[in-house]
Design a protein around this ligand. Structure first.
Ligand SMILES: [Zn+2]
Length: 317
């Protein structure tokens, strides 16, 4: 996943990527799909606004494999009903404006989710799309004020999955070692998060089935340091970064250390995805996830989600 927001900040690189096409510009091998984020989250935080015409041109010339409409307006849980309604109206207007070609419609987890689902299903062109994306989850999972309860968020995710069972569902903002368990159980087709890179920049690495651990002291960031067993786990890691430069490489400063930690973190996530795929397909997940995951914040959520799914299966028989 690459962000239009980042290219928007670097006009010279944007031009080069348009000239060469994103695949060639970034050196992405053919078997890896390029997902483009429209930068809505970046614009929400930076306060600027993207231009549809420039975005369209970037899509047409850069030729990503997956690209959302422009631009959704992300609601936050603290917003009044009126403000959430304004976000909904702007986002649905953009969905309709981009109902053509391969643009992916975007809806948000918020108090108006049900209306989003109905509006998409009632529009023949939007309902016929093969893909849909769901955003707005991050502020809720971060427990910001007035956030929806975890249970409501999970109910919403399950509901969206069921209502759009024929579509490839992408969820923005999921991508931690534990949260990808939630995504996989829910049957979400793809998800993205820049968490693995942000953590790497702060000296943090991910461990299989565990939370984050701070291994390099960089500036003001603080975090939990690894236990003796975890250090030994890290020492044995065979990811592309650890295999070549070991623990010393992971703990290094500067760009090199960042690149090593980012590679390690992404590799852990990809391994987790392989593990999940294997156990969900073999229906052995419920028997094994307790051993795989340690005491994560999301652990109770996974248990709850498995219960909710079983309950729905029983109801539908
Ligand atoms: Zn590693």
């Amino acid at each position: 996943m690459i962000s239009y927001g980042e290219f928007h900040q670097m006009p010279a690189r944007m031009e080069k990527a348009k000239e060469m096409g994103l695949r060639k510009y970034l050196g992405v091998p053919r078997h890896i799909s390029i997902y483009l984020d429209n930068g809505a989250f970046y614009f929400l935080r930076a306060g600027g606004q993207g231009e549809r015409k420039a975005y369209q041109e970037f899509v047409e010339k850069g030729r990503p494999d997956w690209y959302p409409m422009a631009f959704d307006v992300i609601p936050t849980p603290q917003m009044s009903n009126k403000k959430q309604r304004a976000c909904y109206d702007a986002t649905m207007e953009a969905n309709h404006a981009y109902r053509h070609d391969g643009y992916v419609p975007v809806i948000h987890i918020c108090r108006l989710l049900e209306e989003y689902v109905r509006a998409v299903l009632q529009s023949p062109k939007l309902a016929a799309k093969e893909r849909i994306a769901l955003g707005g989850i991050v502020p809720n999972l971060l427990r910001s004020p007035k956030a929806l309860s975890y249970e409501t968020v999970l109910e919403n995710l399950l509901h969206v999955r069921e209502m759009f069972s024929d579509k490839d569902l992408h969820v923005f903002g999921i991508g931690g070692t534990a949260t990808i368990h939630l995504a996989a159980i829910l049957g979400i087709d793809s998800a993205d998060s820049s968490g693995w890179r942000n953590r790497a920049a702060r000296g943090i690495v991910q461990l299989p089935g565990s939370g984050d651990r701070m291994i390099a002291s960089l500036g003001k960031w603080r975090g939990r340091i690894p236990s003796k067993e975890e250090w030994s786990k890290l020492r044995k890691c065979r990811c592309p970064a650890c295999a070549t430069s070991g623990l010393r490489g992971l703990r290094a400063g500067g760009l090199k250390g960042f690149c090593n930690r980012a590679t390690h973190n992404l590799s852990i996530l990809l391994d987790e995805a392989v593990w999940l795929d294997k156990h969900l397909k073999a229906e052995t997940y419920a028997r094994n996830y307790r051993r795989r995951l340690d005491n994560s914040t999301y652990f109770p959520l996974i248990i709850r989600l498995l219960e909710m799914k079983n309950h729905r299966v029983v109801q539908s028989i």
